[in-house]
Design a protein around this ligand. Structure first.
Ligand code: G3H
Ligand code: 13P
Ligand code: NA
Ligand code: ZN
Length: 331
């Protein structure tokens, strides 16, 4: 059944777990996520970006979600817009059955220019008024995602800030976060503490200098009743890097966010954990391997099934690690 982000994260907070938000853009990713959720007895957040909406098209995407919700009736599903950048994008997502929208006003609508507080607060407040009138939840974002090692945004995958950012921009200010939640009425708040989107987050296993989990702990002290969101939370597993590289791929040495750091966040109010890259890598690893080992294979079902299987295992592991497993039938 469909559920709002607010309903889902209130339950997660009450029971001390977090829910992964897995990005979806096609049927195989949907089947992998939902099968893992069913096996783990876990609720889930399906996130669609603007890129996913234009890839699949809103009509197909909406009916894919309907199909998944009907096929897996025991799984509570929050259908969430990832990184909405203006009010019309959020409104049209709601028209297509989304139960939650992210208004990311940390950047201006161009997706590359850092926004000031007034811009972010005003647009997020307008989206929240509109969405709440429709019974839909809202996630806001304060602070710009990017690397504390280089000061760069997410240029690797083509979105994010393009100018060099200061530590003050890259780390959410706890006092400002408190004001932002009061000013906007958001249901959940994405914060910045050194993660970025894509596979190339850190050049070494992150420590507190480049992954500032203490920022989350400080924000949670000021906002104990606000659901916190971690973006850029793929772990970029070494085994998936190795499979991809040993079957013709080229992933440069890299580190993601260790699962134990996410678990530390969950102890400090993190209730939604965004993961896309890990699933992209799992899908790619499976497809590369099966095509390399079976060069005569050309049935898409055969190779997509392998990608789906590795992605399902990844999702399953995150449901277990975040404490989401076992809660679906109690919501
Ligand atoms: O925001 C990041 C998500 O991984 C979505 O990426 O915009 O390429 O669909 P995308
Ligand atoms: P990753 O690129 O780390 O998977 O982050 C995904 C994300 O934050 C989507 O909003
Ligand atoms: Na999001
Ligand atoms: Zn994100």
């Amino acid at each position: 059944a469909r559920i709002t982000l607010r309903q889902l994260l209130d339950h997660a907070a009450e029971h001390g777990y977090a829910v992964p938000a897995f990005n979806i853009s096609n049927m195989e990713m949907g089947l992998a996520i939902m099968t893992a959720a069913r096996e783990a007895n876990a609720p889930v957040i399906l996130a669609a970006s603007r890129g996913a909406r234009s890839y699949a098209g809103d009509r197909l995407l909406a009916r894919l979600i309907d199909g998944l919700v009907e096929t897996f009736p025991e799984v509570p599903v929050c259908m969430h817009l990832d990184h909405g950048n203006d009010l019309p994008t959020c409104a049209t997502a709601i028209q297509h059955g989304f139960t939650s929208v992210m208004m990311d006003g940390s950047l201006q609508a161009d997706g590359t220019t850092p926004a000031d507080y007034a811009y972010n607060m005003n647009i997020t407040r307008r989206v929240t008024e509109m969405a709440h009138a429709c019974g839909v939840s809202v996630e806001g974002e304060l602070g710009v995602l990017g690397s504390l090692e280089t000061g760069m945004g997410d240029q690797e995958d083509g979105h994010g800030a393009t100018e060099k950012l200061s530590d003050a921009q890259l780390l959410t200010d706890p006092a400002e976060a408190e004001q932002f939640v009061k000013d906007t009425g958001v249901d959940a708040l994405a914060v910045a503490m050194g993660t970025s989107h894509g596979a190339y987050k850190f050049t070494r296993k992150p420590d507190g200098d480049i992954l500032a989990m203490t920022v989350i702990e400080e924000i949670n002290r000021r906002l104990p009743n606000t659901h916190l969101v971690m973006h850029g939370s793929s772990s970029v597993p070494e085994d998936l890097q190795q499979i991809i590289n040993s079957y013709g791929g080229d992933i440069r040495p890299t580190w993601g966010v260790p699962v134990e750091e996410i678990q530390r966040g969950i102890r400090s109010g993190v209730r939604k954990v965004n993961i896309d890259t890990d699933n992209r890598m799992a899908m790619t690893a499976g497809v590369r391997r099966v095509l390399s080992e079976n060069p005569g294979e050309f049935d898409p079902r055969k190779y997509l099934k392998e990608g789906l299987s590795l992605m399902k295992d990844l999702c399953r592991a995150r449901f277990e690690a975040f404490g989401t497993a076992g809660h679906a039938n109690k919501i």
